[in-house]
Ligand binder design. Sequence first.
Ligand code: 3SL
Length: 243
Amino acid sequence: MKLSYFHVAGDVLDGLIPDAAVVIDVLRATTTIAWALNNGAEAVQTFADIDELKERAFQWPESARLLLGERGGKRLEGFDLGNSPVAVVPELVTGKRLFMSTTNGTRSLHRVRNASCLYTMALPNRMAVAKKLLCDQPENIWIVGSGWEGSYSLEDSLAAGALASVLLDNDEDTVHIANDELISALALWDKWKGDREGCLRKASHGQRLVGLGNHDDDFRFCSELDILEILPCQEEIGVLRAG
Ligand code: 3SL
């Protein structure tokens, strides 16, 4: 398994398609996706574009849909939910399709939507994704961060390092770290694995969330490690289900 890490979707190589892509947006899109599917959502359908989201969502039965949207950290007007893992509780999401658009995470997903296998990962479901990769042994794996509006984010790199680290621990012979970005993410994981929440809070997007108000529960949910068995997997373009 040859693993490359791209800080943001804009860095991925044009014209190439990996055997597997793992999209990460620790704060908070892929953490929210993991929790929503864990809590019984039928699927999460992601959109880079809000108008397209509305058009598709309004074709879905009202009783079976929720609109989940965020821009700049705030819930989109007229949407049922903002982008928070704390909000996607079973009472609200069970059996529902979540139509989701966020500032960066859903754009990353859109960019690699043609990968043969596409998973989303956050710290709580790291091990579920690692187990699937160890079992399937795809040859070329892209780990794709979401960053913030095209620039690097600390927390996505932390999670990329967390994934590479557990893969190396389990299968040192076949795991090959293919770029410097991932070597650097591994070093970041080594430094912060004992204080993941501290790392998330120090990150610029963590600071942005603090500036918007109390996000203590979000930080707690987003920094938990290996507590969810959920493997969000793209089944048709844009539609993620528990695999
Ligand atoms: O950028 C994104 O996709 C979001 O996860 C950002 S936020 O954490 O909801 O502000």
